[in-house]
Design a protein around this ligand. Structure first.
Ligand code: MIC
Ligand code: SF4
Length: 641
């Protein structure tokens, strides 16, 4: 029986566990990446492990999220990360060099290798034929130290692409179509493996757009084969030597199958406030818009920008519309500057931003009140843009650019013929903003530079046999990490300071939650299905830890967040019968007892103050139980040494 590409790469990297669907496996990690908003914590954790130098083939620290520098905090974090990187063997991509996923694709990704990153869109690397997975900072710290990364052995979904995209229909429309069909929960526990003749019609940046936004399916990761198109891309990046062919066997067996006819796709948009709320642009009609933002790790490659410039050429952004463009990397921006496309954008009235995440994470460019904003990004969660009542639609760069000119949502297929947009034979390669680490001999002299906002990792607590406390918060289905630990220009600078950032925990849902939880001293949170979807930010576990949250009880969890809770020593528990969700209210007193025995059995009993008994599931692996008993992954890893 043949193997899928996912199985081949996992097989070559497995160091613990066995190949059984649904069981936990440990894989060796070849590469890691961090970004600055999750990076300071990850590096504080790495330092706490006491390992002098990373043991990976390549680890890279990027600065791309907190580049607003409205105050000293972000600049201090950049300096701290730069110095840690230099000392511990990590490459440092300086602010201005671009968005981590875009730069990693251009300069570091290697087909057939494993990569984990402290950012949920790390699967962008799947566009090159890597197994690239988003993880919590602690998991990345452990991998940098040479430790295995643990995942549930995934189901593998064959996504067969047939045909060819019509002119002006985009890779973004492919992933929006998959989201429309499968929903934001549809990929949980799965790897989306793209195959079929349609694959050959997509360039690496287009493939990367699709694997990037596979994160919104809740998938473990997404992957394309590495073929001659991958080789062409790597050659143009001056990296042909890292290429290898990576593909599934012809008789590979998949768990599920999906066919997407590229030729049948039309321009799509994800409507407020979820990436799976997808409608066609035609169906939405000529909706008047206030803002357009083009960029983010999903759609900021050179190819995307060239299409945008083509549409903007000789035109002016419509009155009352603000158009912001953030090219994904210094390489992209530099090439746009050299070939004149940047001048075209400026002439049309675009507000050109630095190569960074920017508006995607609420770092500026918040829309006007109740504004309608079209964005080429991957998330449109409520409030993420920084304007609570804004309506965010996720679209392709082609839809975005044409709509910016027209002032209303527009279908680019009406533009008619499309010129052939081709990737250059040679990209402009200039790695002068990537600092290599100090040599092993020089590393001891490198001083770590800490700012006053950088506070230590919060105190953790080993598992106790009984938890008796109140429910401090009850929330509904599909709670995102942007609800639990909001981002944006005001809160992101506090990522290195858990006591301060925890004052904003869950304030999107309930302004009084942080103060209430702190006063209670210990409590549990109750949630619905797909709790913790979205970001990999471990702050969504560390802030609750700091506020005394001992367990989170839900109908189901998103993968990375459940792992982050265990890593923080918080119990993720699920209702055996989802209907029991209705039996618990905020403010209830609850008791969880016989916890030690329960975690071994995988079943725990919750008793309410009314004497009602509710069964909760806790199917942890022996490794997870040991982590919880140690009080989280950090003490667990230290004890193991
Ligand atoms: C995001 O897109 O939500 C982020 C900001 O990139 C996060 C990481 C973070 O919260 O720092 C992610 O996707 O993991
Ligand atoms: Fe940055 Fe947005 Fe991509 Fe997250 S989704 S890494 S904030 S560009």
């Amino acid at each position: 029986m043949g193997l899928t590409l996912t199985e081949k790469i996992l097989k070559a990297h497995i160091v613990d566990g066995s190949f059984e669907k649904g069981s936990e496996i440990g894989i060796h990690i070849d590469q890691t990446l961090t970004q600055d908003a999750t990076g300071t914590m990850a590096y504080l954790e790495f330092e706490a492990m006491g390992i002098p130098r990373v043991k990976t083939e390549r680890s890279v620290a990027y600065i791309d999220h907190n580049t607003l520098q409205n105050g000293f905090e972000n600049a201090d974090d950049h300096r701290f990360i730069g110095s840690v990187a230099k000392k511990h063997g990590i490459y440092f991509s300086r602010p201005g060099n671009g968005i981590c996923h875009q730069v990693h694709l251009e300069r570091f990704g290697v087909p057939g290798k494993t990569l984990i990153g402290s950012d949920s869109h790390t699967p962008t690397g799947g566009g090159l034929g890597m197994i690239a997975i988003g993880a919590g900072g602690l998991d990345v710290a452990v991998a940098m130290g040479g430790g295995a990364y643990y995942i549930t052995y995934p189901k593998i979904v064959k996504v067969e692409l047939v045909g060819k995209l019509r002119p002006w229909v985009s890779a973004k429309d492919v992933i929006l179509e998959v989201l429309r069909r499968l929903s934001v929960k549809g990929g949980v526990g799965k790897v989306m493996e793209y195959v079929g003749e349609g694959v050959k019609t997509l360039s690496v940046p287009e493939r990367a757009t699709i694997t990037n936004m596979g994160a919104e399916l809740g998938a473990t990761t997404s992957i394309f084969p590495s073929d001659e198109i991958t080789l062409e891309f790597l050659r143009a990046q001056g990296r042909a030597d890292v290429w290898s062919e990576q593909k599934a066997d012809d008789d590979a067996v998949y768990d599920e199958e999906l066919v997407v006819d590229l030729a049948a796709l039309e321009p799509l948009a994800a409507c407020p406030h979820s990436p799976d709320n997808v409608k066609s642009v035609e169906e939405l009609g000529k909706m008047k818009i206030d803002q357009v933002c083009i960029g983010s790790c999903t759609n900021s490659s050179l190819l995307d920008m060239l299409k945008v410039a083509y549409i903007l050429k000789g035109k002016t952004v419509a009155p009352n519309v603000s158009l912001a463009i953030a090219p994904g990397s210094k390489q992209v921006l530099n090439m746009l500057a050299e070939n004149g496309a940047l001048a075209t954008m400026i002439a049309a009235g675009a507000r050109v931003l630095e190569s960074a995440c920017g508006p995607c994470i609420g770092m500026g460019q918040s829309p006007n009140s109740a504004g309608i904003s079209l964005r080429t990004f991957n998330r449109n969660f409520l409030g993420r843009s920084g304007t609570k009542d804004a309506q965010i639609y996720l679209v392709s760069p082609e839809v975005a650019a044409l709509s910016a000119i027209n002032g209303y949502l527009s279908d680019p297929t009406k533009l008619g013929d499309m010129p052939q947009f081709e990737l250059p034979r040679e990209f402009l390669v200039n790695d002068n903003m990537i600092e290599p680490p100090a040599s092993e001999a020089d590393a001891k002299d490198v001083e770590i530079l800490r700012g006053p906002n950088i506070k230590p990792f919060p105190q953790t607590y080993p598992l106790s046999d009984k938890i008796e406390c109140k429910v401090s918060l009850k929330v509904e289905d599909n709670i995102t990490t942007d609800h639990i630990m909001p981002a944006g220009a005001k809160i992101l600078p506090l990522r290195s300071n858990i006591p301060e950032i925890s004052k904003h925990c869950f304030t999107v849902c309930d302004e009084n939650f942080p103060a209430r939880a702190k006063e209670l001293g210990k409590s549990v949170i109750v949630g619905g299905a797909n709790y913790g979807q979205g970001s990999s930010r471990e702050h969504a576990a560390l802030a609750p830890l700091y506020l005394g949250v001992k367990a989170v009880i839900t109908k189901s969890f998103a993968r990375i967040h459940a792992a982050n809770l265990i890593n923080a020593g918080i119990l993720p528990l699920t209702f055996r019968d989802p209907a029991d969700y209705d039996k618990i209210s905020e403010g209830d007193d609850i008791i969880l007892d016989d916890i030690f025995a329960a975690v071994e059995k995988g079943k725990m009993t919750l008793t309410t103050s009314r004497g009602e008994k509710i069964t909760l599931l806790c199917a942890y692996t022996p490794r997870q139980i040991a982590i919880l008993k140690a009080g989280g992954l950090l003490p667990y890893t230290k004890n193991q040494k």
